[in-house]
Design a binder for this molecule. Structure first.
Ligand code: MTE
Length: 302
């Protein structure tokens, strides 16, 4: 992963648009509460009040190497991905292993809105209004066995629809993993939408992980397998270059990437000459997650 600075997105806030759309959705839902309830934007327990990026920014500047390594490749190429039907194999140390249809998964969880900060290891960031469910809900439903310590995730392999997979840019499938307590944390989300609409393909349709206190590469897209294990699972960037990308990859301004500092970040949409902002420990989620790493040396276990 490297830097690209050829941004040309307008610096506009989508907030007004978004509020209108949300109220419209509430209205369409037959509740008619839009006017009374007013905007609950950012009011959720886990959501940030920071202004979210525009849908255009979130869907036009992506990392999804299955569709090419350029930031604009996923938006250009990801329309070829078939996301319906979709099933997810859930196996390993669970009571109810099986191939779960996406509709079946979604039938057993609560979809919420979560406005999260998103910090890429390449030192850029966004604020994204996700829709999704807590991963813990799905894990509880399939029954995690007491011997399980980690969760492993896999993206699909379908080179005929994912042109990037025709080349060995990475060792496909894209893989990621979390410790079980990280996976069960209420902040850990399975995202299925953005701005109240289905997840666009380039953002990891139909279902992708979002772990807001970790660098973005942990947030694996278009998931087809979830496996409970008792050993630390393989993770794509960690395998690719363990010196540069750790298994934990918690956002940490004090631990530099060997090739660049992680102390600051450039918020996408701020304009090419906008001032960088300070990167926050655990991407600002320290109060919620720091205890998970008590007693760990985060400069070694990075
Ligand atoms: N998941 C898969 N399958 N393939 C990828 O290349 N890129 C990761 C992560 N998930 C990636 C992936 C990286 S490096 C980042 S920063 C985020 O997705 C980007 O998510 P976004 O494009 O929705 O902002």
């Amino acid at each position: 992963m490297g830097f690209k600075t050829d941004l040309k997105y307008a610096d506009i806030t989508p907030k007004a648009d978004y509020l209108n759309r949300r109220q419209l959705m509430v209205g369409l839902g037959g509740l008619g509460l839009g006017a009374i309830a007013g905007p609950s934007f950012g009011a959720g327990q886990y959501s940030t009040d920071e202004a979210p990026n525009t849908l255009k920014e979130i869907t036009a500047y992506n990392n999804f190497y299955e569709f090419g390594t350029g930031k604009e490749d996923p938006a250009r190429n990801a329309h070829t991905l078939t996301t319906d039907p979709w099933s997810v194999k859930i196996d390993g140390l669970v009571d109810n292993p099986g191939n779960y249809d996406l509709a079946d998964i979604l039938g057993g969880v609560d979809i919420e809105e979560r406005i999260y900060r998103f910090r890429c290891v390449e030192a850029w960031s966004m604020v994204i209004p996700w829709n999704g469910f807590q991963l813990s809900q799905l894990l509880n439903r399939v029954g995690v066995q007491s011997s399980a310590k980690y969760v492993y995730f896999e993206t699909l392999v379908r080179p005929e629809e994912m042109p990037g997979q025709k080349r060995a840019i990475l060792d496909w499938p894209y893989r990621e993993g979390l410790r079980l307590d990280e996976a069960m944390h209420p902040l850990t989300l399975m995202a299925t939408g953005i701005y109240g609409e289905d997840l666009p393909n380039q953002n990891g349709a139909p279902m992708r992980l979002v772990v807001p206190w970790k660098y973005g590469f942990k947030s694996i897209k278009s998931i087809v397998r979830i496996s409970l294990t008792d050993k630390q699972p393989e993770a794509t960037w960690n395998m690719q270059n363990p010196r540069e990308y750790g298994f934990y990859s918690n956002v940490n301004p004090r631990v530099s990437h060997p090739r660049w500092s992680q102390a600051t970040e450039r918020k996408i949409g701020g304009g090419l000459f906008s001032k960088k902002q300070d990167t926050l420990m655990f991407n600002g989620y320290g109060d919620e997650v720091a205890h998970l790493y008590d007693g760990m040396d985060l400069s070694k276990n990075f």
